[in-house]
Design a protein. Structure first.
Length: 468
């Protein structure tokens, strides 16, 4: 049987998922917020009305369906992230194969799957993976003359994560220049559906939806992000992706439209994230990575085409070997990075379960408390699942009123996460704020601490009893 390109893609997908599966374990991550919110929805509560949700609802609704079907199954819930990335890779592969060829399609899939940050970001079941898949789907449909489907996919991506709108604007601008009729169809489907869905959510949840999804992001203070450091680390961590993309400058071009669209999307994210946004995270760049992979694939294939005919097979083999070796290096670096593992989760939950009743409430750092709540079968006080301290610093919550409510609800345990670098501890979550520090100091007592060394750091979980 002749080996076809989609067979190779399937093999790459299996390898990618198998590597990801080694990280299907408890983690310190925002994904725990979404797992707990999925439980709330499964039990009849609604985002915006019953609890704060900082994003449009597409991702959390998808997770809630998994929760309704399978309950709190950490393996299946975490699997939603790499499965979404496999979907993104599929659209990237199809677009490259139809517009460029099978060689570029396979190279694009390899570049995308085995770039270090793609692997790292795919570990956590957060909104960016689903948004990346839908963004890639939108580009594929738009560039294969299915403009209505492309616009609808972009509306869905935007209802997963608002940063997808950047790609939607870039694709719209590209179509406006190259295909006016296609632009009208794409823009009508994209903006029309996006507006309708937002209006429906406003009708259902009123100002709470706008407050959570839009105003919060405008009001929260800038964190003073070291953008130069984030971008430098991004480049260093993904030499395979950015190195091959750089080769595009000297490669032979073909099917220029796919490159114009890809460059428009990449440039738009570079402009907005690099220059216009005051606070960014490295995973935001995930949305541009399928298009970097396409550019990189053409760069690598273009180098082959620049060589003499009798040497092309050897040069292509050499490039594939280099890509494979760098992919293996990325996979190894990913495998040994256990910084965000939460190996002590069961032990922490066991302490909570053994020293409280099911009616007792807990509260604390959002990266671990929702997971502990799920494992210990306890509820989070006041439904403040996302307890990012920016919510208080943005003025959307009042610390004094929250503390008063915690006292009235007789919260039992407060969970505090710290990272100690040997010089001192950085405190995450609400306890970062002086008001909560004072509340814990005066109204609670430390009853248990869990410590785990990781390289030069000490990962710490403190439990405070506020009902003793």
């Amino acid at each position: 049987m002749k080996l076809k390109s989609w067979h190779l893609f399937a093999a790459l997908s299996i390898i990618f998922f198998s590597i990801q599966a080694t990280h299907f374990r408890y983690a310190i991550s925002d994904e725990n917020i979404y797992f707990y919110m999925a439980k709330l929805i499964a039990h009849g509560q609604m985002p915006y009305a019953d609890f704060f949700l900082a994003h449009p609802p597409m991702h959390i609704l998808m997770l809630s369906l998994f929760y309704i079907a399978f309950g709190f199954n950490i393996i299946l819930l975490k699997a939603t992230a790499p499965l979404a990335i496999i979907g993104a890779a599929w659209f990237t592969f199809k677009l490259a194969r139809e517009k460029l060829g099978s060689t570029e399609a396979i190279i694009a899939a390899m570049l995308f799957y085995f770039s270090y940050d793609v692997m790292r970001f795919s570990t956590f079941a957060v909104w960016i993976t689903l948004a990346t898949m839908l963004t890639a789907a939108s580009a594929y449909y738009a560039l294969t003359n299915r403009h209505l489907a492309g616009g609808m996919a972009m509306a869905a991506a935007s209802m997963t994560g608002l940063l997808s709108i950047i790609a939607g604007i870039a694709i719209s601008g590209y179509l406006l220049i190259t295909d006016r009729k296609g632009f009208l169809k794409y823009a009508a489907a994209f903006l029309g559906l996006l507006i309708v869905l937002n209006m429906l959510l406003i009708l259902l949840f009123g100002s709470a939806y706008m407050n959570d999804t839009y105003y919060y992001h405008l009001e929260k203070p800038a964190e003073g992000t070291n953008k130069e450091g984030i971008i430098t680390l991004l480049l260093k961590s993904n030499p395979l992706l950015f190195g091959t993309a750089a080769l595009f400058a000297i490669s032979r071009r073909k099917s220029r439209h796919i490159f114009l669209a890809s460059i428009a999307i990449i440039s738009s994210y570079a402009l907005v994230l690099g220059l216009l946004m005051s606070s960014i995270f490295s995973y935001y760049f995930m949305l541009a990575m399928p298009f970097l992979a396409i550019i990189g694939a053409r760069g690598a294939a273009g180098i082959v085409e620049l060589t003499r005919e009798h040497r092309r097979t050897a040069v292509l083999a050499a490039i594939i070997i280099i890509i494979t070796l760098l992919s293996a290096k990325s996979s190894y670096d990913y495998e040994v990075n256990t910084f965000q593992d939460y190996a002590e989760a069961q032990e922490v939950a066991g302490y909570i379960s053994g020293h409280s009743s099911k009616s007792d409430l807990i509260f604390g750092d959002d990266s671990v408390t929702p997971l502990i709540a799920l494992l210990s079968e306890r509820e989070i006080a006041l439904n403040i699942v996302d307890s990012n301290n920016l919510r208080w610093r943005a003025g959307q919550l009042n610390a004094s009123e929250t503390i008063k409510s915690l006292k009235e609800k007789k919260v039992k345990f407060i969970i505090e996460r710290r990272v100690n670098d040997g010089k001192g501890s950085y405190i995450y979550g609400p306890s970062y704020l002086d008001e909560f520090k004072n509340f814990i100091k005066t109204s609670c007592k430390p009853v248990k601490v869990f410590k785990r060394p990781w390289e030069k750091y000490q990962m710490e979980t403190y439990i405070f009893d506020c009902a003793a």
